[in-house]
Design a protein around this ligand. Structure first.
Ligand SMILES: Nc1ncnc2c1ncn2[C@@H]1O[C@H](COP(=O)(O)OP(=O)(O)O)[C@@H](O)[C@H]1O
Ligand SMILES: O=C(CO)[C@@H](O)[C@H](O)COP(=O)(O)O
Length: 502
């Protein structure tokens, strides 16, 4: 039997999947790494932690599967998007990576829009939001000029890991789109964007497609990880592009709901025709020549993990999430807005902060857990509303990511979306998508549809319950009032907090 490995470089951990030619997951392993938040709005990771995490996880994979390294024909990646890894001329990392959920770059984002306006949207198909890579580069240029002077190039998180595994440096297109420095339609770095911000084109690495073979596992990495130098390495994709492939979202009538650290509602776009006027992100797909749109809730799984870490550190995740079933729809009068690190969709607002609304002496911790689960899905509902306002009406949503491990949360999704919600055999959509990229890259399948037929299996379909749907519609209307009514207050609190930082 021959195998491929999908490496999903997430924000909380790296997850590796060993998948055989029939699409069965033979083994999986993970390794967690820390997130540094030195100031409000800052979010950084050490790229070396990703590399050692990948090695640890691959060693665990071999320990549990007993598969021979020489039988692993290909390996590819799914990566957390947008994170800036600055490298000097020798390929050395110059500072910690600034991640997708870091929002220190409001000033730079505003400057980009002020300078290029609609032209920026026309080229990159996106508004310059704080999370994207270009504002991060401009932040370093302005605030750390000594570091910027040494920068020869930059890459994204999974591209850095691939560089360390193969010795070849490049950037893969679906991820490069999230730098907002690429001309999406032309599939090339935009000279116009680079010139506007006085960035030399030489810092932009060569672009590759997801299924391009970029090299083999290097002798050094083979020695340290147990992999073989005969394993071919493919470009990989942005985690949401990979999630879409791993969820089988390969037609315009399908959508994906992903609950990882962030949360995403995503749709496949066959071409560049759809225009959401920057309300949704629009990127090149990991399926060569195709595109996808998506809206992002910055703190989806992160809101739940934060709540658990803060108020129930001793509980198991399953018991903690399960406790919400003892509460009711609407959590006995409690609503949660998940803006705890700012928001992207539908409110591109780095300064908004979260709220619990309707706290009542009768409520228990289980009500708070329920409110967190529901609030995250209300935020997704806001994204679905944008799609529906633009004429998209999906038949069903495929749910992936850590959040899709909970039956209760899946049913809440079906009820709030008023759509069928599909759970797959493996909730690891991005990792499966990465494995599928390697399988297609190796030529095991002619295209992703052929691979999806073999690799993706449905576990269960959750149907919306009409009574619950009606109740959630009422609650969603109340939820939608939270943003406008709390914006000023939470902004003032954030200013107060920032002015009191020592
Ligand atoms: N048993 C569970 N039930 C529901 N949600 C869970 C469970 N375990 C973890 N999660 C959620 O999944 C999230 C992590 O999902 P994952 O897809 O692994 O994220 P990432 O790719 O960002 O590292 C956590 O933030 C947590 O809120
Ligand atoms: O910023 C985005 C998408 O634009 C995030 O979706 C990141 O790509 C991180 O993903 P997870 O770690 O939550 O999977």
């Amino acid at each position: 039997m021959k195998y491929v490995i999908g490496v999903d470089l997430g924000t909380s951990a790296v997850k590796v999947l060993l998948v055989d030619q029939s699409g069965a997951v033979t083994a999986q392993a993970s390794a967690a790494y820390p997130l540094q938040q030195p100031q409000p709005g800052y979010s950084e990771q050490n790229p070396e932690d990703w590399v050692s995490g990948v090695k640890d996880a691959i060693e665990k994979l071999f320990a549990t599967s007993k598969v021979a390294a020489s039988d692993i024909e290909g390996l590819s990646y799914s990566g957390q998007m947008h994170g800036l890894v600055l490298l000097d001329a020798a390929g050395k990392v110059l500072r910690p990576a600034i991640l997708w959920n870091d929002t220190r770059t409001t000033k730079q984002s505003e400057e980009i829009m002020a300078k290029m306006g609609d032209k920026f949207l026309e080229i990159t198909r996106n508004r310059p939001l704080e999370g994207f890579t270009l504002p991060k580069i401009l932040w370093v240029k302005e605030n750390e000029p000594e570091i910027f002077k040494q920068a020869a190039t930059f890459v994204l998180p999974k591209d850095y890991v691939r560089y360390r595994m193969t010795g070849t440096l490049n950037m893969e297109l679906s991820d490069a789109a999230g730098t907002v420095m690429v001309d999406i339609a032309k599939k090339a770095w935009s000279q116009e964007v680079c010139d506007a911000f006085d960035l030399p084109m030489s810092i932009c690495p060569p672009l590759v497609e997801a299924t391009d073979q970029v090299g083999m596992i290097s002798a050094d990495f083979a020695k340290e990880s147990g992999l073989a130098t005969s394993t071919a390495v493919f470009g990989g994709g942005a985690d949401n592009a990979c999630g879409a492939i791993g969820a089988g979202i390969l037609r315009p009538d399908q959508a994906m709901c992903s609950i990882g650290t962030s949360g995403v509602i995503l749709a496949y776009e066959p071409d560049t025709q759809a225009d959401y006027h920057g309300q949704l992100h629009f990127f090149n797909h990991a399926v060569p020549g195709r595109f996808y749109s998506m809206g992002v809730t910055l703190a989806a799984g992160y809101s739940l993990s934060w709540f658990k870490k803060t108020f129930a550190p001793e509980a198991s995740f399953n018991d903690f999430v399960g406790s919400a079933s003892t509460s009711t729809i609407g959590a006995h009068g409690l609503l949660f807005a998940p803006y705890i690190v700012g928001e992207r969709t539908p409110y591109a607002d780095a300064k908004i902060r979260g709220s619990f609304i309707g706290i009542d002496g009768k409520q228990t911790r289980a009500d708070f857990v329920r409110a967190v689960l529901e609030g995250i899905v209300f935020s997704f509902r806001d994204i679905l509303d944008i799609y529906e306002a633009n004429g998209k009406n999906f038949k069903q949503l495929v749910s992936i990511g850590g959040g899709s491990k909970s039956e209760l949360w899946l049913q809440i999704q079906a009820d709030i979306f008023n759509k069928e919600v599909v759970r797959l055999e493996s909730e690891q959509g991005p990792g499966m998508g990465a494995a599928m990229i390697a399988a297609v890259g190796l030529g095991w399948f002619a295209d992703f549809s052929g691979c999806a037929e073999k690799f993706i299996a449905v576990k269960k379909v959750y149907q919306p319950n009409p009574e619950h749907v009606a109740e959630y519609q009422q609650l969603h209307q109340i939820y939608q009032q939270i943003y406008p009514q709390t914006k000023k207050m939470t902004g003032a609190l954030l200013d107060f907090e920032e002015s009191h930082q020592v």
